[in-house]
Design a binder for this molecule. Structure first.
Ligand code: ZN
Length: 164
């Protein structure tokens, strides 16, 4: 079957940023499994995969507007040092998980450590980057009723994650 909205898709992927150096990839026997049309992956990748089928290989170049967004210079904020857990070791370039007021988790990057504050970059680490994907479609299947209800794919053993 062809990939379309509500397909559960398994892909092998490698991601580089134009220089061929792989920054992210699926691992051997564990393809990335996602639900097409539910914003689980970046929009440019969904577009490129629409209509593809099992066994297809493709190279996709995605500009930031269809990837993780443009880099926002206002996304850097000064945060008091004492708002971090005491036992947390902070280092420049380190990535941390922070929650916003609505409890959504996001990855942030430490830019600078000052005496009483820390400069934190709230941009996605791949914001502003052009993404180069090498992809092979390993499997396409219809979503189960449960997956559609949740709006995401479940792994081969059913639920691979926790729900609130
Ligand atoms: Zn679920």
């Amino acid at each position: 079957m062809k990939i379309t909205k509500d397909s559960v898709v398994s892909i092998d992927f490698k991601l580089h940023l134009g220089d061929g150096k792989v920054v992210d990839e699926s691992e051997g026997d564990e393809p990335l499994v996602y639900l097409q049309g539910h914003e689980e992956i970046v929009p440019g990748l969904e577009k490129a995969l629409e209509g593809k089928t099992k066994g297809d290989s493709l190279k996709v170049v995605i500009t930031p507007d269809e990837g993780y967004g443009e880099y926002d210079p206002d996304g850097i904020e000064e945060v008091p040092r004492d708002s971090f857990p005491e036992d947390l070791t902070l280092e420049v370039g380190g990535e941390l998980f922070a929650s916003d007021d609505e409890g959504n988790e996001m990855e942030v990057t430490v830019k600078e450590i000052r005496e009483k504050t820390v400069m934190v970059d709230f941009n996605h680490p791949l914001a502003g980057k052009t993404l180069h994907f090498d992809i092979t479609v390993r499997d396409v299947r219809a979503a189960t009723a449960e997956e559609l209800e949740h709006g995401h794919a479940h792994g081969p053993e059913g639920h691979g994650h926790d729900h609130d």
